[in-house]
Design a protein around this ligand. Structure first.
Ligand code: IMP
Length: 187
């Protein structure tokens, strides 16, 4: 029996912390298809360059891109996660891929925006590379946690400012492969 992650009825316990269901996987997948169709429509005459922010956004990014039928380009950025913490350290650590962004129509794919510091730094670094356009696709946004203005064109869901896991999001690397999104219980 794995003692790191345990399931009891519809609850999940990760490293002893209780998480309860927040967004059902079916609902997530339906919303992602809607976002894919919006992107397909908006980029009909372009070839968007998707930049998936690793590692959390892999699940969302793959689902989003596989529902798009126009030609696309794909790159990844590795950004530092919360590690064992449940709060942003305020320090952003990432490296842009070594590719040509000039004149490209970039869509940055994020799993979740909390303070907005990570995505803002990524966007600032990308602007220096002279792309034609930059937009953000993000699965989850915590509006009450934002510390900076962020314009998310393709947003899955707004959620309360609480720690969540599942669908790519982890707590100390556990819970990424949960099909649904779970929120930390107050109890
Ligand atoms: P921000 O810079 O504060 O917006 O944080 C963005 C990053 O923090 C995300 O890409 C996630 O890796 C991580 N993060 C923020 N909120 C959560 C959460 O509720 N669960 C898991 N990771 C989170």
């Amino acid at each position: 029996m794995n003692d790191k992650i345990q399931f009891r009825e519809d609850e999940v316990y990760i490293l002893g912390r209780k998480f309860v269901p927040l967004i059902n996987g079916e609902k997530i997948r339906r919303r992602i298809v809607e976002l894919s169709k919006c992107i397909e429509n908006d980029y009909r005459d372009k070839i968007p360059l998707f930049l998936i922010v690793l590692r959390g956004a892999i699940f969302f990014g793959v689902e989003l891109i596989k529902n798009i039928s126009i030609p696309v380009n794909l790159e990844t950025i590795r950004a530092k996660s919360y590690g064992q913490e449940m709060q942003s350290s305020g320090k952003v650590d990432f490296e842009l891929p070594n590719c040509n962004f000039e004149g490209k129509d970039i869509i940055v794919i994020e799993d979740i925006i909390d303070t907005g510091l990570t995505i803002n730094e990524i966007i600032t670094a990308l602007r220096r590379k002279n792309p034609n356009s930059i937009e953000i696709a993000c699965l989850l946004l915590k509006p009450e946690s934002l510390k900076t203005d962020v314009n998310v064109k393709y947003l899955g869901f707004e959620i309360p400012s609480k720690f969540v896991v599942g669908y790519g999001l982890d707590f100390a690397e556990f819970g990424r492969n949960l099909q649904d999104i779970f929120v930390l219980s107050e109890e």
